[in-house]
Design a protein around this ligand. Structure first.
Ligand code: HEM
Length: 372
C-alpha cells in the first residue's frame, strides 16, 4: 500500500486526499474485518447495498438504542425518536410522513431562500461560520421560524449536534441537552401557531398533515424529528458547501465555473468529495453476508465515499444513503448548498479562494472543512 494512504477507513474521513485509498477499498469484493478498528468494512457498491438490505443489520445496536453518554437527558430523548436511528415500526410511519412532506418542497424556491438568507449572512471574513448558519437558517425559515429567531436556532443547533459526536466532553453534552430543550420549546411554540409564518402550506404544517395521514400521532416523536430536520441539515450541508468551496478553489481561475453551474458543482462534490463519508450498521443476529460471518454485536462500517466511486456501481450514488434509510432531504440539501454557492460566487472577494487554509473537523464520518 502507498505510504501516503490514510491509516484506516476512519482516518480517511479527514485525510487530505483519501480517494486513491477509497478506490483500493472499493475494488475489494466482499466484507473484510479490520482488526485494528474492530469493524467489518463494506466499501464496494454491491457490499454496501447488501448490508443496507440485510434485515439483521440495524441502524443502532440492540443493546444501546441511545448512546449511553447522552441517554439521560433531553438530547438523548430526541436521538431515540429520530427516524434515522430506528428500524421497523418506529421508523416506517414517521419516515413516510417526512419523506412525503419533504417531497412537497419546491426546490427552486428553497434555492432562492438559501440565496436570500446566505446573502444576508455573508461576510468575507466569516466563511467558517457562514457555511453552517446559512443552510440551517434556511431550513429554520422553511419550518416557520422568523428571520429574527434564526440566529438563536442556528446557535442551539451548533450546541445540539455535539450529542451526535463520540468526541464530545461532558460540558458539551450538557449544553446539547439544554439546546435540545430550547429547540423542542421553539417547535412547540410554532405548533401552537404563535408564529404567523407557521401558516398552512409551510413545511411544518405539511409535516403535521402527513403525520396525521399516516397515523403517526406520537407528539414527542414529531417534535424530536422536527429538531432532527434541523440537525440533519446542519453539519452535512455545511460540509457539502465547504467541500464545494474547495472544489471551486481547485479549478484554474480562468476556467472557474460560475453561478449558473453551481448546481452541477454541488452535485459532483456530493458524489466525489461527499460530506458524509460513511455510516454504520449494527449486527442484531449472527448472519452471513457475501460469505462473511457476521456475529451479533459486531459493527459494519459502510464506506459510502468509496462505494460512490466503484466503477461497478453503475452510477449509483451513496452519499445520501440508499434503500429504506435513504436520505429524504437530498434535493433540499443540494438546493441549499447551490443557493449558498451562488452567494459565494457572486459576493466573495477574489482573494478568498486564493488564500484558503483549512483543516478538517475531527469526525469519524463527516468530512467538513474548518476554514482558518
Ligand atoms: C449534504 C447534506 C446531507 C447529506 C450528505 C445527508 C446524508 C444522509 C445519509 C448518508 C443518510 C443515511 C444514513 C444511513 O443510512 O445510515 C441520511 C439519512 C437521513 N437524512 Fe440526510 N443528508 C443530508 C441532508 C439532509 C437534510 C437537509 C435533511 C432534512 C431536511 C436530511 C434528513 C435525513 C433523514 C430524516 C434521514 C434518515 C432517513 C432514514 O433513516 O430513513 N438530510 N442522510
Amino acid at each position: 500500500m502507498n505510504t501516503t494512504f490514510p491509516q484506516d477507513a476512519l482516518a480517511a474521513v479527514t485525510h487530505a486526499d483519501p480517494y486513491p485509498y477509497y478506490d483500493a477499498l472499493a475494488a475489494v469484493q466482499g466484507l473484510r474485518f479490520d482488526a485494528g478498528l474492530g469493524l467489518w468494512i463494506a466499501a464496494s457498491a454491491a457490499d454496501v447495498m447488501a448490508v443496507m438490505r440485510h434485515p439483521d443489520c440495524r441502524v443502532r445496536p440492540l443493546a444501546e438504542p441511545v448512546p449511553a453518554a447522552i441517554a439521560s437527558g433531553a438530547a438523548g430523548q430526541v436521538f431515540g425518536a429520530l427516524v434515522r436511528m430506528n428500524d421497523g415500526e418506529r421508523h416506517a410511519q414517521p419516515k413516510l410522513a417526512l419523506q412525503r412532506a419533504l417531497a412537497g418542497v419546491d426546490t427552486q424556491a428553497a434555492e432562492l431562500l438559501a440565496r436570500r438568507i446566505g446573502g444576508r449572512l455573508w461576510r468575507d471574513d466569516g466563511l467558517a461560520s457562514w457555511m453552517f448558519e446559512a443552510p440551517v437558517s434556511a431550513m429554520a425559515s422553511l419550518l416557520g421560524f422568523a428571520d429574527g429567531q434564526q440566529p438563536a436556532v442556528a446557535a442551539w443547533m451548533g450546541e445540539f449536534v455535539a450529542c451526535l459526536s463520540p468526541y464530545s466532553d461532558a460540558s458539551q453534552i450538557g449544553r446539547a441537552h439544554a439546546a435540545a430543550l430550547s429547540l423542542l420549546a421553539g417547535f412547540k411554540e410554532l405548533m401552537r401557531g404563535a408564529s404567523p409564518s407557521a401558516a398552512p402550506g409551510s413545511l411544518l404544517s405539511r409535516v403535521i398533515a402527513e403525520a396525521e395521514a399516516v397515523g403517526w400521532s406520537e407528539s414527542h416523536g414529531l417534535l424530536a424529528n422536527l429538531v432532527g430536520l434541523l440537525s440533519q441539515t446542519y453539519e452535512a450541508t455545511a460540509g457539502l458547501i465547504g467541500n464545494s468551496v474547495l472544489a471551486l478553489a481547485r479549478q484554474p481561475e480562468e476556467e472557474r465555473c460560475g453561478v449558473e453551474d453551481a448546481a452541477v458543482l454541488v452535485r459532483a462534490v456530493g458524489r466525489f468529495d461527499p460530506p458524509i463519508q460513511n455510516t454504520r450498521r449494527f449486527v442484531a443476529r449472527d448472519c452471513e453476508i457475501g460469505g462473511a460471518p457476521l456475529l451479533a454485536g459486531q459493527t459494519v462500517l459502510l464506506v459510502l465515499a468509496a462505494a460512490n466511486r466503484d466503477p461497478r456501481g453503475e452510477g449509483r450514488e451513496f452519499g445520501f444513503g440508499r434503500g429504506v434509510h435513504a436520505c429524504p432531504g437530498q434535493a433540499l440539501a443540494c438546493a441549499f448548498a447551490t443557493g449558498a454557492m451562488e452567494v459565494l460566487m457572486a459576493k466573495a472577494h477574489p482573494d478568498l479562494l486564493r488564500t484558503l487554509n483549512w483543516t478538517y473537523r475531527r469526525s469519524p464520518n463527516a468530512r467538513v472543512p474548518v476554514f482558518g
